[in-house]
Design a protein around this ligand. Structure first.
Ligand SMILES: NC(=O)c1ccc[n+]([C@@H]2O[C@H](COP(=O)([O-])OP(=O)(O)OC[C@H]3O[C@@H](n4cnc5c(N)ncnc54)[C@H](OP(=O)(O)O)[C@@H]3O)[C@@H](O)[C@H]2O)c1
Length: 280
């Protein structure tokens, strides 16, 4: 396990914050069933998270989603390597009928789930590229970024939470991005990606507040994975120090370490891969 991952996470309580050392992840064993879900497991960080979760002894069932008709060879291999544990599920996070199928699929899992990680995200695709200036901002590109990076994860959370029991402990995380931090925005640029991740963070924070009464044992967090060598970051890697460009496997290991450490007292936080809180 990466020694740089802190075993100290900042715990916020209303009106204050304090440091809680040595949190060890205390989801009560009585209700946990080892069911995990990775939304967007076809490649990149999602695939690496799925690989890492499948190797964990505590994982009894791992639902891994991919877009319909787009299952990668790597995901198919993961399924073959872990028969009876890894279960692929077709899901387009932008389609209502697909989300309805997810809701009914998850509703059929007795006891609910322990951990769900939403990884799907978009930075560039063909003519859609991060904007360097206001003049490059196009309404249809901005709308697509918001659809995939902010609205989709919220709708996925709606599908996942629809049939859960109120007192069930569970963790729901989405992969956000440091550039979604408004407080940390010094360089500007990347209007659509930044703003859509900031919107995601606000959605997550708002959801965590509703869950205080709806699911008091819920842990809902936004995570920054660190710059990771995937297709998403590929075109922007030339100015990145190689030491700070992480493999998907390393990123997955660190994110799972953070997710082991957080509990409901961390719900509503935006957390870096090393366990440190990130300013909104
Ligand atoms: N890589 C980094 O340096 C970095 C840094 C900060 C934050 N992040 C965030 O981390 C997350 C994962 O990034 P990544 O680098 O792993 O990205 P990636 O390699 O580009 O993978 C993106 C994943 O999202 C899936 N996807 C895209 N649109 C979808 C849709 N409509 N429905 C279902 N699945 C869809 C893709 O599936 P297909 O294979 O079907 O396209 C793929 O599995 C993203 O949210 C990203 O913003 C990444």
């Amino acid at each position: 396990m990466d020694s740089q991952v802190r075993t100290t996470l900042v715990v916020s309580s209303p009106g204050s914050s304090m440091t809680r050392p040595g949190v060890t992840g205390n989801t009560p064993q009585d209700q946990s069933n080892g069911v995990c879900l990775v939304v967007g497991a076809n490649r990149g960080i999602g695939l690496a998270l799925a690989n890492a979760l499948a190797r964990k002894d505590s994982t009894t069932r791992l639902v891994v989603t991919h877009r319909p008709q787009r299952k990668s060879d790597e995901l198919a291999q993961l399924e073959r390597n872990h028969p009876g544990v890894v279960e692929p599920l077709a899901l387009d996070v932008t389609q209502r009928d697909s989300l309805a199928q997810l809701e009914s699929f998850m509703g059929g899992i007795e006891g609910g789930f322990d951990l769900a990680i939403h990884t799907v995200g978009l930075l560039h695709a063909g003519a859609l590229q991060p904007e360097k200036s206001l003049a490059e901002c196009q309404p249809e590109n901005l709308a697509r970024l918001f659809e995939i990076n902010a609205i989709a994860p919220l709708m996925v959370s709606r599908a996942l939470l629809a049939n859960l029991e109120r007192k069930r402990p569970f963790k729901f995380a989405t992969l956000s991005a440091m550039v979604g931090s408004i407080g940390d925005n010094r360089r500007g640029g990347w209007y659509g990606y930044r703003a859509s991740k900031a919107a995601l963070n606000q959605f997550l924070r708002t959801l965590s507040r509703e869950c205080r009464w709806r699911f008091p044992r819920a842990t809902i967090v936004a995570l920054h994975p660190g710059t990771t060598d995937t297709a998403l970051s590929k075109p922007f890697q030339k100015n990145i120090d190689r030491q700070r460009l992480y493999t998907p496997g390393r990123t997955a290991e660190r994110l799972l370490r953070v997710l082991d450490l957080v509990d409901e007292r961390n719900s509503g936080q935006f957390i870096n891969w090393n366990g440190e809180p990130i300013p909104w």
